[in-house]
Design a binder for this molecule. Structure first.
Ligand code: ADP
Ligand code: ADP
Length: 224
């Protein structure tokens, strides 16, 4: 997927008026690119990622994913587009504690009727192999380490083969060693799957693994 962000602004209403978080952010990503967006806490990185992920409408400017404006779609079509084309990894793994590792990875397929259950389960098993958890399919999240839980979250984000993979501080809860290996895993899977990967993080360790880096600066994106 190609991705174009042109002069995007995002304001939040506050009690005293409005808070301008994005102030003309622009960005172009070609198919197959990987990008890290850096910046301190509160600089608007999550807001940008929510706009890219079509979770949040921009106040101004344009977002184009694969040549079309997703926000022009009616809400059900937008939800279907998001589910089938975009994968998300967050700082917290958001795994369902009562479900096994394999069941957690299959969660996105439950709301997608275009996939065939037997094929998606085979693919989920393959992904879990590739993230190093092929031997842990029946474990509950509580039986895994923090790094292992985040690897499950990465497999879940990829199970519908999204063209765009978005990660918000994916290593924020991990120690340095696990953070590095989850970062490397994201990049490796991105290369294998040929998706577009955007990671937002305040961690220079994570950002430095990426071939391209931008910095969120006063609501705009600057070369880092
Ligand atoms: P970062 O991810 O870089 O920490 P965020 O995008 O989360 O930054 O937040 C940027 C600013 O926008 C912060 O001041 C935050 O408090 C504010 N903010 C984020 N979401 C909302 C919201 N839904 N309503 C009001 N303010 C928000
Ligand atoms: P970390 O060093 O990352 O904090 P832990 O000490 O939590 O990791 O876990 C070390 C290993 O033991 C991991 O492989 C984890 O999956 C496994 N483990 C931890 N708790 C359990 C459990 N209750 N049942 C089965 N395996 C567990």
């Amino acid at each position: 997927m190609s991705l174009v962000v042109e002069n995007v602004s995002k304001e939040y209403p506050t009690r005293g008026g409005t808070l301008s978080v994005l102030r003309g952010a622009s960005l172009t990503l070609a198919p197959g690119e990987a990008l890290a967006v850096m910046g301190p806490s509160g600089s608007g990185k999550s807001t940008l990622l929510h706009v890219l992920g079509t979770l949040d409408r921009p106040t101004g400017g344009a977002v184009t994913l694969d040549g079309t404006d997703p926000f022009a779609l009616p809400e059900p079509a937008l939800a279907a587009f998001r589910n089938s084309r975009i994968g998300f990894v967050f700082q917290d793994h958001h795994l369902l504690p009562q479900c096994s590792v394999l069941e957690n990875v299959l969660v996105p397929t439950l709301v997608n009727r275009t996939t065939r259950p037997a094929e998606t389960e085979a693919y989920a098993r393959q992904l879990l192999d590739r993230v190093g958890l092929g031997g842990r399919l029946d474990h509950r999240p509580a039986e895994l380490s923090g790094g292992e839980r985040q690897r499950v979250a990465v497999a879940r984000a990829l199970v519908l083969k999204p063209a765009l993979l978005l990660a918000d501080e994916p290593t924020g809860n991990l120690d340095r060693t696990n953070a590095r290996s989850v970062g490397e895993l994201l990049l490796q899977l991105h290369q294998q799957e040929r998706n577009v990967l955007v990671v937002v993080t305040h961690s220079a360790d994570l950002a430095n693994l990426f071939p391209r880096r931008l910095e969120m600066n006063d609501g705009t994106l600057q070369p880092a």
